[in-house]
Design a protein around this ligand. Structure first.
Ligand code: NDP
Ligand code: 8X3
Length: 284
């Protein structure tokens, strides 16, 4: 490809400065780490749904993985096929001391983190605010917000060193409210806005940040939200063809394999069978 008189090879080495000058730059970083080892990803919520599919996808692509969640046996089952490249870090993301211990115990060859996928999260309940359970509200905030920022804060120095990538799993609920979405939607709005804030703060470090915002996806999400009501979960997804966990893994893999000079700020995805239905109006 020829661009403005430059060959493809030479045009790759130039960029335009903020003041509009054409400058020669370093070539994009290779997709393997500088030490020629596989890159390392830390995926939270890897025992189920999106997180498990993302971890499986990255393992299949040759990444080194740290996988975390509370259900150890599920993590170990995933790691079993990749004993050299997958480290299980079992902790409750609401427990900051457990996060610290897990990070302190990382084997040396898993210590450099290139990609953090903040996926662990949950919705609890569908009651509207007056009927909602405050304990559930607090658990969503502790998991989706406090847990996410605690792990991110702990890993930021390593991500800056590696000029890495942070992918935060937010939701369409961040932007589009619905009855009963209250604190869950609020927690995801935080995740989306925090992602933009991180981008600003990490300006000049080479660290990239993306917010992935899916709509209806069939995982264990609704089972968890309804306290284990499989019939309610089946009814929600009946006849829909929702997003699959592998669809989100595909997005993560695409973002993770982009050249180092590109930042995807956010991706919003819905199943074709889901759309927006406007405002509700109450009449006396
Ligand atoms: P799942 O319930 O299938 O997976 C949730 C994951 O989060 C599990 O691995 C779970 O592991 C982990 N997790 C929950 N609480 C904690 C905790 N306290 N400490 C550590 N890990 C925890 O749901 P999804 O895969 O659908 O959810 C993944 C993310 O995607 C969530 O952030 C969710 O909000 C978001 N999302 C989901 C959508 C959907 O429709 N499914 C749409 C948009 C966003 P364990 O229980 O073993 O600890
Ligand atoms: C999950 C999507 O619409 O159930 O984040 O809130 S929704």
């Amino acid at each position: 490809m020829i661009v403005a008189g430059l060959s493809a090879e030479s045009s790759d080495n130039f960029h335009t400065s903020q003041s509009g000058y054409l400058l020669q730059s370093q070539p994009a970083l290779p997709r393997i780490a500088m030490n020629n080892h596989p890159k390392t990803a830390f995926v939270t919520g890897a025992s189920s749904g999106f997180g498990r599919a993302i971890a499986q996808r990255l393992l299949n692509e040759g990444w080194r993985l740290i996988i975390s969640a509370r259900r150890r046996e599920r993590l170990e089952a995933l790691a079993a096929a990749f004993p050299e490249r997958c480290h299980v870090a079992c902790f409750d993301i609401r427990d900051s001391a457990a996060i610290d211990s897990a990070l302190a115990e990382l084997p040396e060859n898993f210590a450099n983190i290139d990609l953090l996928v903040n996926n662990a999260g949950l919705a609890l309940g569908t009651a509207t605010a007056p009927q909602a359970d405050l304990v559930q509200w607090r658990q969503m905030i502790d998991t989706n917000i406090t847990g996410l920022i605690t792990l991110t804060h702990a890993l930021l120095p390593r991500l800056v060193t590696s000029r890495g990538l942070i992918i935060n799993i937010s939701s369409t609920a961040a932007r589009y409210p619905y009855p009963g979405g209250n604190v869950y939607g609020g927690s995801k709005a935080f995740v989306s806005q925090f992602s933009l804030g991180l981008r600003s703060d990490l300006h000049g470090t080479g660290v990239r940040v993306t917010s992935i915002e899916p709509g209806m996806a069939e995982t264990e999400f609704t089972l968890v939200r309804t306290g284990g009501n499989q019939a309610a979960s089946d009814a929600l997804y009946a006849g829909v063809t929702p997003i699959r966990a592998e669809d989100i893994a595909e997005q993560v893999a695409w973002i993770a394999n982009l050249p180092a000079h590109l930042n995807i700020n956010r991706i919003e995805t819905m199943p074709v069978n889901q759309s927006l239905a406007g405002f509700q109006v109450h009449r006396e």
